[in-house]
Design a protein around this ligand. Structure first.
Ligand code: SF4
Length: 124
């Protein structure tokens, strides 16, 4: 089993994480994720709750994000631009490179998640 399950848009969030977030537990988990991903593990792209959502203080209702419509749109934007699909596994470095070349380098991040509450923190 893939130890790292990631919602596709979290591949984008992780590029901008600078130690800020919803709560101390969330920040601690994100920091641990960034450290673990630096070892380039295989990751699996999932829909629904993942390794990051597990410490979100907003919680999950029936395994779904409380902002599910919005984050589903973000996930689908990342998948479409990176030509990836749910359940696909790939290395973190390969996923990260796709995020850079297909979204960030083309200045498309705002198109994917420009209405996120953290948008001001995630400027390229
Ligand atoms: S704006 Fe929100 S969804 Fe987009 S990368 Fe930043 S934290 Fe993630």
């Amino acid at each position: 089993m893939c130890p790292f399950e990631l919602r596709p848009h979290h591949g984008l969030c992780l590029q901008f994480f600078r130690g800020e977030g919803y709560s101390p537990a969330f920040i601690e988990n994100m920091t641990a994720m960034v450290a673990a991903l630096s070892n380039n593990p295989q990751i699996k792209l999932v829909t629904g709750g993942d390794s990051i959502c597990s410490t979100c203080p907003n919680g999950l209702a029936d395994g779904k994000c409380t902002c599910d419509d919005k984050v589903l749109r973000y996930d689908e934007g990342v998948l479409a631009l990176c030509d990836l699909s749910y359940s696909q596994t790939l290395s973190w470095v390969d996923f990260s490179q796709k995020i850079h070349t297909e979204i960030l380098a083309k200045h498309l991040r705002q198109q994917v998640c420009g209405d996120c509450q953290w948008n001001h923190l995630c400027q390229e």
